[in-house]
Design a protein around this ligand. Structure first.
Ligand code: IMP
Ligand code: MG
Length: 202
């Protein structure tokens, strides 16, 4: 099988490229340099939530020249609409104790802010020396709770995007850029409805 055809298939769900691979790389490098300056002679711990952030974390840390550590949390939602309420259950805790340490919380995207608010509260209870937020993609128009952001990559419009770690039903994380997902890729029945006007039947 020709791998280029495969890439055509996954990239065909993208309506528009919002930020190119190069734009993302350049911005991440700038954030890395800012962190190098701000944490000069400090040894921060970078903390992220699996899985969406692993692309950003990997690229960011390649621009960080400090002596540092990295750790991950994994969370699971209690129910389908939990993301709206922001209540999550920790399914994997940190391996490294963060008490008296400088913590940089790294996130791929902040939407409502509810998930992050919940996690930050949990981390603050562990008495870190400092706790700052570094986010690559910020969706300010959807924010339900204020999140203090120290480092920010890009502001996004209130649209569903994929790539560079962001998924739709676990797919498209491997697109190297950030793209706007076509409406019919989010909801295939939307397209069907145009052709089959029998919406009342189960
Ligand atoms: P919130 O800030 O609590 O609303 O949750 C943010 C989470 O929602 C992120 O970690 C993503 O998993 C997911 N999310 C929000 N917007 C998008 C998007 O446009 N594409 C893919 N995932 C998204
Ligand atoms: Mg995420």
């Amino acid at each position: 099988m020709n791998p280029e055809n495969n890439f055509d298939e996954i990239s065909s769900v993208v309506q528009e490229i919002i930020f190119s691979q190069k734009q993302i790389e350049n911005r991440i490098h700038e954030i890395g340099e800012a962190i190098n300056k701000d944490y000069f002679q400090k040894q921060p711990i970078f903390v992220g939530i699996l899985k969406g952030v692993f692309f950003f974390m990997a690229d960011l840390l390649r621009s960080v020249s400090l002596s540092c550590e990295v750790d991950f949390l994994a969370v699971s939602n209690y129910s389908a609409d939990t993301r709206k309420r922001g209540v999550v259950r920790l399914v994997k805790d940190l391996d490294i104790p963060i008490e008296n340490r400088h913590v940089i919380f790294v996130e791929d995207v902040i939407d409502t802010g509810l998930t992050l608010n919940y996690i930050l509260k949990n981390l603050r209870e562990r008495s870190p020396l400092s706790l700052e937020v570094c986010v690559l993609f910020n969706k300010p128009s959807h924010r339900l709770i204020e999140i203090p952001i120290r480092y920010k990559g890009f502001d996004l419009p209130d649209r569903f995007v994929v790539g560079y770690g962001l998924d739709h039903l676990e797919r498209f994380r491997n697109l190297p850029y950030l793209g706007l997902l076509k409406a019919e890729a989010i909801n295939p029945s939307k397209k069907d409805n145009e052709f089959k006007p029998n919406r009342g039947s189960k």
